[in-house]
Design a protein around this ligand. Structure first.
Ligand code: FPP
Length: 252
């Protein structure tokens, strides 16, 4: 996988809400799992394209905390696909310099899945070409509530002064601590919602909604979204680098 340096106006961190697997399958008279399987192929294409485009961070919303409410069979299919993806792609991801991380309530998965996720993270932790973040059993409100809980516990134990808690200090308790905020959030399948994805982190992100169903997403869609992001950047001018600070009035 070739790697080229990104122009400075390119997004550093792209987050994607991968939507439309079910509809892709239904339109073809196939079971939903066929859509998820094809969705996993789109993940592979997108990771390759992100490396090719020189993107430093890619976060994929693979499983929301609400997805547990889907029929047990679909949950099993999704978990199985994820494990299959990890097993079949990890060598190649590691060789391509991808660092894999997982955010979300991973303890809701079984011990074997948790172990595989942890092993993949450890195995790739020295890699720097692309940071691939997989959001699994992830929900932003739960993440923010957990951060508030940790802060309250630290304050109660006398380890933290409540008056010292600011935006950066709060963000340091989120699952994404140490990661740059997403510059661009893409959602596929024509839906125009954030659906509890990175609510804190995407405060200033550009949002791009693409009608393509996730299984059909590929390098051209990613390049199109990056081009649109770059056009918007040019129109709105400079904005502060990823500090979490408020944007100046003019570029809001
Ligand atoms: C949304 O489509 C997609 C998901 C809930 C799961 C995304 C999972 C994958 C792409 C496969 C495995 C993931 C990785 C990281 C290898 P939907 O089922 O909500 O579609 P619909 O809205 O058309 O029903």
């Amino acid at each position: 996988m070739a790697h080229r340096a990104a122009p400075s106006s390119a997004p550093r961190h792209i987050a994607i809400i991968m939507d439309g697997n079910g509809r892709w399958a239904t339109r073809r008279g196939l079971p939903r799992v066929a859509g998820h399987r094809e969705g996993a192929r789109a993940v592979r294409r997108t990771v390759e394209a992100a490396i090719e485009q020189g993107i430093g961070w890619l976060t994929l919303f693979a499983f929301s905390s609400e997805n547990w409410r889907r029929p047990a069979e679909e949950v099993t299919d999704l978990t199985g696909l994820l494990r299959h993806y990890l097993r079949s792609e990890l060598n190649e991801l590691a060789e391509a310099g991808v660092r894999l991380r997982v955010i979300g309530e991973r303890d809701r998965f079984g011990p074997a899945v948790q172990q595989e996720l942890a092993d993949a993270e450890v195995r790739t932790e020295a890699n720097t070409t692309l940071n691939l973040v997989i959001a699994l059993s992830y929900g932003a409100r739960a993440e923010i509530a957990a951060a508030a809980r940790r802060i309250a516990e630290a304050a109660k134990a006398g380890r933290l002064e409540p008056a010292s808690i600011d935006e950066a200090g709060f963000a340091a308790h989120l699952a994404t601590a140490g990661m740059p905020d997403p510059d661009l959030v893409i959602r596929t399948s024509g839906e125009q919602r954030l659906s509890n994805f990175l609510l804190w982190q995407a405060a200033y992100a550009e949002l791009i909604f693409d009608d393509v169903l996730w299984p059909d997403f590929g390098a051209a869609n990613l390049a199109g979204a990056i081009a649109e992001y770059t056009r918007r950047e040019r129109r709105f001018g400079a904005r502060p680098a990823h500090t979490g600070a408020a944007r100046p009035e003019a570029s809001r």
